[in-house]
Design a protein around this ligand. Structure first.
Ligand code: PNS
Length: 161
């Protein structure tokens, strides 16, 4: 069975992530979307909520599994018997760091990384920018699933932003 893990913070999932997930899950029998549990960075959404939003947004895809991980990605891959990481690449600005991580992961554990270029329609999108636009009252409805847009907006209002 061909499996890959698509790791990230997903705080929260955007339409850019979903585009990559949609296309990647056609290339593998199973695509595990793994949310990083980062104790040092709280984020806007709790990991469980990020996972719930991802699960809802990928519900039509039978071969997408949503999970979380902490520690090294290569250890997670080893534990699950997965040897491929799949990452979306938005622009050359992503490339330097992504290449470094890909090479480190291969050096550490022989885990290979496959890069999928993001649809140009989404190449400027990031979770952080979406949150910032929302914080200042901008319309984010075309950048994230409807439920996510509603939650970000509500959270921003609650925090007085
Ligand atoms: O969505 P992000 O924040 O760009 O995702 C980054 C992520 C989670 C893929 C990366 O930070 C990661 O793999 N973290 C786990 C810790 C790890 O393995 N670090 C060494 C990378 S070479």
């Amino acid at each position: 069975m061909r499996r890959a893990v698509c790791p990230g913070s997903f705080d929260p999932v955007t339409n850019g992530h979903l585009d990559v997930i949609e296309r990647a899950c056609r290339l593998y029998d199973e695509l595990v979307v793994a949310v990083l549990v980062n104790d040092k960075k709280q984020g806007m959404f709790a990991v469980e909520e990020r996972m719930r939003l991802l699960t809802a947004a990928t519900a039509g895809r039978g071969n997408v599994v949503v999970d979380s991980f902490s520690g090294l990605l290569v250890d997670y891959c080893k534990d699950r018997g997965i040897d491929t990481v799949l990452k979306g690449l938005r622009a050359t600005s992503d490339f330097d760091y992504e290449l470094q991580m890909a090479q480190m992961n291969r050096e550490l554990a022989g885990v290979e990384t496959i890069f999928l270029p993001t649809n140009p329609e989404h190449s400027f999108l990031s979770s952080s920018l979406v949150k910032e636009v929302a914080r200042f009252g901008g319309d984010i409805s075309r950048f994230v699933p409807a439920e996510v847009a509603e939650l970000i907006t509500r959270r921003g209002q609650r925090n007085g932003g």
